[in-house]
Write a protein that binds this ligand. Structure first.
Ligand SMILES: N[C@@H](CCC(=O)N[C@@H](CS)C(=O)NCC(=O)O)C(=O)O
Length: 221
């Protein structure tokens, strides 16, 4: 087994890489780093990624970080079951959707959850509501894409879907905490968005999905 993936439980960036390897049928060893134990800040890990983050992929003599770069590498190195489309046009569509998910959906999610989960929400409800409404707008956009097609970019699962799904799963998981303290019109996700619910089920049916599921989410369930 040549590939090692250093991951963090619940890290959406790690999850997308593991999904990609499952979809491609790549044999890999997943090594969990625990944020609370400072595993990402050890000298050993900093040598892998000076930004002290996961995921990091080690394949032979290559060590690579940044999930998007890892996805692109995997598709070049292991071309079976392409995840960036089968031709130039499909590749462009996958990259476009990935960029939209990362730059708009991901940003809106990070902004919405950031203040709340850093414990900085007090007295900043207007800001939070503005971020939540940006997020709702992005969810509406995604729902519109999925009304047209089973997957985000092409007619098969792609890197764009793998980028989106873990963000949705994370939002779903923190949903009860969000709705307890804030006015949120878009939760529970799977009740409000039918196409998105069907999409999530489709990803959850991927062979090997269970191996990618965040271990500490399972323990807490
Ligand atoms: N842009 C990076 C983001 C990676 C990232 O932010 N990872 C977080 C976990 S979700 C991390 O490792 N944080 C380190 C820590 O909290 O110690 C990527 O796409 O890989």
């Amino acid at each position: 087994m040549a590939i090692t993936c250093y991951f963090g439980s619940g890290s959406p960036f790690s999850w997308r890489v593991m999904l990609a390897m499952e979809v491609k049928g790549i044999d890999y060893k997943a090594v969990e780093l625990h944020f609370s134990k400072g595993d990402t800040k050890t000298a050993e890990h900093l040598a892998r990624n000076p930004r002290a983050k996961v995921p990091v992929l080690v394949d032979g003599d290559l060590t690579i970080y940044e999930s998007t770069a890892i996805l692109a590498y995997l598709d070049r190195a292991y071309p079976d079951t392409p995840i960036f489309g089968r031709d130039n046009k499909e590749s462009a569509l996958v990259w476009q959707r990935m960029a939209e998910v990362e730059n708009y959906f991901g940003q809106a999610l990070t902004a919405s959850l950031g203040l709340i989960f850093r414990g900085e929400a007090k007295g900043r409800e207007a800001e939070i509501q503005r971020d939540l409404s940006r997020l709702e707008n992005e969810l509406d956009i995604v729902e519109g894409w999925l009304a047209e097609s089973d997957y985000l970019a092409v007619d098969a699962i792609s890197a764009a879907d793998m980028t989106l799904y873990p963000l949705l799963a994370l939002l779903e998981r923190v949903g009860p905490r969000l709705t307890a303290d804030h006015k949120v019109g878009f939760l529970p996700l799977r009740e409000k968005y039918g196409h998105l619910a069907a999409f999530m089920k489709r990803i959850e049916a991927v062979h090997g999905y269970d191996r990618t599921y965040p271990p500490h989410w399972r323990e807490a369930a």
